[in-house]
Design a protein around this ligand. Structure first.
Ligand code: AHM
Ligand code: MG
Length: 342
């Protein structure tokens, strides 16, 4: 039997050390950004503690409340939302936060200092899967503020994705993972529960240029634009030369589907349709941070017409279609959507 071993270097590369070493390459760094990532990793561990025992402590099920985008709020959604806020409200490096679960900006309590960064997060993505014990996750996006001082404002939050200085997601799955990027590569860490530390397990992830998996909720097929329908039909056709048919995989948990796409290649799509012309996913909490990470790994992310990271947001909870994954697959999807391929 072959038991894979962690290399000695990986064994000592904790998330914390990785962040600090990354910061050393920026001579003007103050350590504040590292402190933010540290706070987020602590919040993630606290969320994981509840997610992993949800069935035992009456945390499954819903609160009967509907959030700003019309989703029923699960108990764990609310817990994760509060936990991330509480883990980050006092660190002194944020001027404002915004969460998918809250209609308005989340201000820093008056008793704590305000800082130069802005945090946006989806506290528990894929939460409709929780009761079935399927992978869920948290997603975060960090910007530098644009206003001078005081409480952060909408102007600080409504920045295009290209302005992100860091982004990441946490997967609560068979193991817990923390994936982050500051623009220089995407790096994955797995929690070693025996020591409570995230250890480097996926260094400088590179997404294949082209994959052989597509991921989309095909139940919406009849609501799609004919170009989108044609694209998916194309992926199912048999053609050895272009590696078709693609396999179909859809968890219905964006972080899980994008994580698989990041490692194996291929494409994840959530297109607009006749019911939801801008799709379902939120630009600021989901699409921007995931696009930042996938691009840092050599992939691409589009709304079907252009780069996700170049979209100038107008509202806090704005949605946008999402096509994300291997660069060649995303380009091909764009060509089909534009009617340039049939
Ligand atoms: P949410 O759980 O934060 O509300 O996110 C939306 C989820 C995504 O995780 C997932 O990809 C998508 O909704 C699935 O939607 P659908 O059920 O329409 O396929
Ligand atoms: Mg989500």
């Amino acid at each position: 039997m072959h038991i894979p071993q962690t290399s000695p270097a990986q064994k000592f590369m904790t998330l914390e050390r990785h962040i600090i070493e990354g910061e050393r390459s920026h001579p003007d760094a103050t350590g504040e950004f590292s402190a933010l990532l540290h706070g987020l990793s602590l919040a993630a561990k606290l969320v994981w503690r509840e997610v992993s025992k949800a069935g035992l402590v009456n945390m499954q099920g819903s609160t009967k409340r509907v959030n700003v985008t019309g989703d029923v709020v699960k108990k764990l959604d609310e817990f994760a939302d509060e936990t991330i806020y509480k883990a980050m409200d006092h660190v002194g490096h944020l001027c404002v936060m915004a969460s998918e679960e809250n209609e308005d900006l989340l201000q820093i309590p008056k008793q704590y200092p305000s800082g130069k960064y802005v945090l946006l997060y989806d506290p528990l993505d894929g939460s409709s899967n929780i009761d079935a014990n399927i992978t869920v996750g948290s997603i975060f996006s960090i910007f530098q503020r644009v206003t001078e001082s005081g409480n952060g404002t909408l102007e600080d939050v409504l920045q295009c994705g290209l302005k992100q200085i860091g982004a990441g997601y946490v997967l609560y799955s068979s193991s817990m993972m923390f994936i982050y990027s500051t623009g220089q590569g995407a790096h994955g860490f797995t929690l070693d529960p025996t020591v409570g530390e995230f250890l480097l397990s996926h260094e400088n992830i590179r997404i294949p240029k082209q994959g052989s998996i597509y991921s989309v909720n095909e139940g919406n097929f009849n609501r799609w634009d004919p170009n989108m329908q044609r694209y998916v039909q194309y992926l199912k056709e048999d053609d050895k030369e272009t590696g078709r048919p693609y396999s179909s995989r859809y968890i219905g948990s964006l972080v899980g589907d994008v994580h698989r796409t990041l490692l194996y290649g291929g494409i994840y799509c959530y297109p607009g349709d006749t019911k939801n012309p801008d799709g379902k996913l939120r630009l600021m909490y989901e699409n921007n941070p995931l696009a930042f990470i996938v691009e840092a790994a050599g992939g691409a992310a589009s709304n079907g017409k252009g780069r996700i990271l170049e979209i100038q947001p107008e509202t806090l909870h704005q949605r946008s279609p999402l096509f994300i994954g291997s660069a060649d697959d995303v380009r091909l999807a764009e060509e089909f959507l534009a009617g340039k391929r049939t």
